[in-house]
Write a protein that binds this ligand. Structure first.
Ligand code: GLY
Ligand code: MN
Ligand code: MN
Length: 462
């Protein structure tokens, strides 16, 4: 946990940002995997971690805006618990580490909420995303779970997004630790990417590195020679010379801050000319964005900068044609770059996504586009100092999408369909870094992970 003052300050600020009533933030419960007692690895709710820092199941926190005080609801362990889990700190000691003076047994929360409801007090909650929480809220509010959404508070969501979007020095330090773990994961994957190796051998090793240096991976490892499938979790292919291996993987620190890094390398360690040509375009898109990020610019404009770099590069290889600006304006480049440039990062790898992507990445000034490609951009709004985000352009050769567009003649004035065939073996190439927006520009977080053609060839053939 951070020092108690960090949590006290955060809660004071949140109480001041919400007009009246009380804020209920539920912690997560254990969740069963294949029978009740065999649970998934416990992961605390990120909002609960942000405001209370307490990392155990079955807790709920209330911030009473009207009375200016906070309460933790949770039970002390019983002898049965001690037998299985060992001695545990008392709830009041745990709460005091988070700077909370008042604690109550967990079942008291029913009374607390029903009193608040009968006194017509406003109760603010955040959107639940687990069945267990929904059932808990159903019981607390005495309504069917379909009705819970009326308690979800836009005022609270906006306040939490505003606070969590700007990272403080402690959080940046944690994210940087997570990127340093990712350095070990990715450089290990690069060295292992030799012909004959099965993808899962590498995926398993890098997941183990995350566990051994911090916590579990921040999302299921994406590692494949079929990088044209954007989130490929199948790890059964045998690596072959001539293919590229995409590894999109990150770690969580013990404090649950995430990293999210992608590197793409040629199996065997040497780029052939076609691989190099496409790789250099993606790298240029990634680097152009890093050179342009600063507070005050729209991240949508960074996405479009990456799109233009990609379209321009593909035109120089003869895969695209026509006017680059026009091609990007109409969305023709999205055949090769069909996803967004990036997203916020922090306690969640897609930070705060559970609160609603449009609250996190868009605002009153900038609305989501409905154009294929641009519509998938998670972060479009104006950047501020202290934002942490990803810069992850890519070029993909997706057979089903190419066939569909070719058959319908889509954007035939911008795409040389005949030329694409000889590039299909590349699959996909993505390069992803984690970036802090600073007062004067930005900083790529963590120890630099090999990224240029030379750096990758050097580490892979050492
Ligand atoms: N790791 C998934 C993503 O890059 O967004
Ligand atoms: Mn990623
Ligand atoms: Mn990402």
């Amino acid at each position: 946990m951070f020092k108690s003052e960090v949590y006290i300050k955060r809660r004071n600020r949140l109480r001041n940002m919400v007009s009246s009533g009380l804020i209920l933030i539920t912690g997560n419960q254990e969740s069963s995997m294949n029978y009740p007692a065999n649970t998934y690895h416990f992961r605390q709710d990120s909002n609960f971690l942000y405001y209370f820092g307490m990392d155990q199941p079955d807790l709920a926190g209330v911030l009473d805006v009207d009375e200016d005080r906070d309460i933790i609801f949770g039970n002390d362990v019983t002898m049965d618990d001690i037998i299985w889990m060992g001695p545990q700190p008392l709830m009041k000691d745990r709460a005091s580490e988070a700077g909370v003076q008042y604690t109550e047994p967990l079942d008291k929360i029913n009374e607390y909420i029903s009193d608040a409801l009968s006194n017509h007090r406003k109760i603010h909650i955040l959107p639940p995303y687990r069945g267990e929480t929904l059932i808990q809220l159903e019981k607390l509010f005495g309504v069917h779970h379909d009705e819970i959404r009326k308690f979800i508070s836009e005022e609270l969501i906006k306040a939490v997004v505003k606070m969590r979007s700007v990272k403080d020095e402690y959080e940046i330090n944690e994210i940087e630790k997570a990127v340093d773990i990712a350095y070990e994961m990715h450089t290990t994957a690069m060295k292992m990417a030799q012909p004959g190796v099965v993808e899962r051998e590498i995926a398993g090793v890098i997941e183990g590195i995350s566990l051994s240096l911090g916590g579990p991976v921040s999302f299921p490892v994406i590692l494949s020679i079929d990088g044209q499938t954007l989130h490929n979790h199948y790890h059964g292919n045998v690596l072959k010379e001539g293919r590229m291996m995409v590894t999109d993987a990150g770690a969580e620190t013990t404090m649950h801050y995430a990293s999210d890094i992608t590197r793409t390398v040629p199996v065997g360690g040497k780029f052939n000319q076609k691989q190099k040509d496409i790789y250099e375009i993606v790298l240029k898109a990634n680097v152009n964005v890093i050179e342009s990020i600063k507070p005050g610019i729209l991240y949508r404009d960074m996405h479009l900068l990456a799109a233009k770099t990609i379209a321009g590069g593909l035109k120089s290889l003869g895969l695209m044609k026509g006017d680059v600006e026009e091609a990007v304006k109409l969305g023709a480049h999205a055949l090769f770059f069909p996803h967004g440039l990036g997203h916020m990062m922090g306690l969640d790898v897609h930070d705060m996504e559970g609160l609603g992507e449009n609250y996190v990445g868009y605002d009153d000034q900038i609305k989501r586009s409905d154009q294929f490609g641009l519509a998938f951009l998670r972060l479009a709004r104006k950047l501020e100092t202290g934002f942490v985000l990803t810069d992850e352009p890519g070029i993909y050769f997706i057979p089903a999408l190419i066939d569909q567009w070719r058959e319908t003649g889509k954007f035939k004035d911008f795409i040389n369909y005949d030329k694409i065939k000889s590039f299909m073996d590349i699959g996909g190439i993505r390069i992803e870094d984690d970036i802090l927006v600073t007062e004067s520009g930005c900083r790529v977080l963590g120890k630099p992970i090999p990224k240029t053609v030379d750096e990758i060839e050097t580490i892979m053939t050492q």
